[in-house]
Design a protein around this ligand. Structure first.
Ligand code: FAD
Length: 421
């Protein structure tokens, strides 16, 4: 074998998986189709303090633009729910510099990094000596041949395990005969001049302005914010154009929302489009193959964030891939350990997050007004401050359900809360 592990995609998940595979003794190659790490960017760069920690990083001026401690949630009727986390809860980062920091850490761990290298196909060879389980004969340690185009030239690399960290459109998933993420929210974002009321807070606008999800403003500083939205895939026009496109929703919102109109002075400094995969596939492994991050549909359905969950899974993927390669058993059976371990850590929260996503996405504007109004009491806001957690929304949901909260909240939300646990 030329490599024990080849990781396709040098996003945060790929770099982390490659680093963990190398830390566990494997010879690792990390491929990136673009000529530059972290570019183009398809992200708001709002990372919880836990997400940064999960990537084994400390916040640094190299990638942090701003720190955020809470959110102003704006109901469709204009009322505002101020959620103050009281201390730093998240960072607004340069994804380009963040991704580069992670790639450097991988290289420092001994990973070979190859830019302008695109994976274009897989071939599987089956060894004659393997003793795979019944129905999986001779597949114990057969090499994977990964076809690539490097600097325009086709080549084939031989490896024990390929980790597909190639994002929401994962080609590795298709090549390996695995499902791709089925439910992908189309998103759009601009970076623009925006006079924030308080750059320690993000703003969220759920409701018909962005059906199925929400609009966000995320401040880089008091003068500039990232303003974006995602919508439910069934609503978005397939072509990406027309009045149901994310772009049209954003244009209409910027023109018509009185709060935002008063603070947005027009124009844009940056423009991003991308998909957010919610709901992981049933299977994230095959003979010689693992999928991680957006390729495995691991983003959080409540916020759309995928860096925390992706990094969590990447570390397991890197370790399991390296151990399996070095043991000489990279069969699907052996690699299924990864699937079990990442689901043990994330599946319950992703599942509850999906229920919250689906429930919130179906509420009419008047129901959202009622729900947001019912949360706006000092005691409930204290509960949100204490237990609100963008990576683990179930913690707050449980508290809201069991802490004897207001009748108004229970009327608006109680029946749904009971379905969560
Ligand atoms: C509008 C928007 C806003 C978002 N905001 C946030 C946020 O604020 N916080 C957050 O945590 N998450 C956010 N996300 C989600 C986040 O961007 C992803 O979850 C995260 O980037 C996933 O990391 P990844 O490494 O799995 O995939 P990616 O970051 O997509 O990296 C995949 C890499 O694989 C490379 N690649 C693809 N195919 C090949 C190939 N065949 N060969 C070689 N290389 C290949 C790509 O070029 C890319 O570099 C947002 C997403 C969108 C669309």
């Amino acid at each position: 074998m030329e490599y024990d592990v080849v990781v396709v995609g040098a996003g945060p998940v790929g770099s982390t998986a490659a680093r963990y595979a190398a830390m566990n003794g494997a010879k690792v190659l990390l491929l990136e189709e673009h000529a530059s790490i972290g570019s183009p960017v398809g992200c708001t760069g709002l990372l919880s303090t836990r997400a940064v920690e999960e990537c084994d990083l400390k916040p640094s001026d190299e990638f942090v633009f701003n720190s955020v401690r809470g959110a102003f949630v704006h109901a469709p009727d204009g009322q505002c729910l101020p959620i103050d986390g009281k201390h730093t809860r998240a960072y607004v980062v340069s994804r380009k510099n963040f991704d580069r920091t992670l790639a450097v850490m991988a290289v420092e761990e001994g990973v070979d990094l190859s830019l302008k290298t695109r994976a274009i196909g897989l071939e599987k060879e089956y060894s004659e000596t393997g003793t795979g389980t019944k129905g999986n004969k001779n597949k114990k340690n057969s090499p994977v041949k990964l076809r690539i185009i490097k600097n325009g030239k086709p080549e084939t690399i031989s490896t024990s395990v390929v980790i597909g960290a190639d994002g929401v459109k994962s080609r590795i998933a298709s090549y390996a005969g695995l499902e791709k993420p089925a439910r992908v929210l189309p998103g759009i974002q601009i970076e623009a001049p925006y006079a924030s009321d308080d750059s320690d807070f993000v703003e969220l606008f759920p409701g018909s302005s962005a059906p199925g999800f929400f609009v966000w403003t995320v401040p880089l500083n008091e003068k500039t914010s990232r303003i974006g939205l995602a919508i439910e895939p069934g609503i978005a026009s397939k072509s990406g154009h027309g009045e149901n496109s994310p772009f049209s929703y954003l244009e209409r919102f910027l023109r018509s929302n009185p709060h935002v109109k008063a603070r947005y002075s027009g124009g844009m400094l940056d423009f991003v489009v991308g998909g957010i995969p919610i709901g992981p596939q049933e299977k994230t492994f095959a003979d010689g193959i693992l999928l991680a991050g957006d390729a495995a549909g691991q983003a959080k359905p409540t916020s759309g964030g995928g860096v925390y969950t992706g990094a969590f899974a990447a570390k397991i993927a890197g370790k399991v891939a390296a151990e399996a390669a070095l043991e000489g058993d990279t069969s699907a059976g052996r690699l299924s350990e990864y699937d079990k371990l990442w689901r043990k850590g994330l599946a319950k929260e992703l599942d509850i997050g999906m229920k919250i996503h689906d429930y919130m996405g179906k509420l009419e504007d008047n129901q959202l007004n009622e729900l947001i109004g019912s949360l706006n009491t000092p005691s409930i806001l204290n509960t949100i401050t204490e237990y609100g957690d963008m990576d683990h929304p179930s913690v707050l949901m449980r508290k809201l359900m069991f802490s004897g909260n207001s009748l108004r909240l229970m009327k608006a939300f109680g029946t749904f809360l009971k379905t969560l646990f």
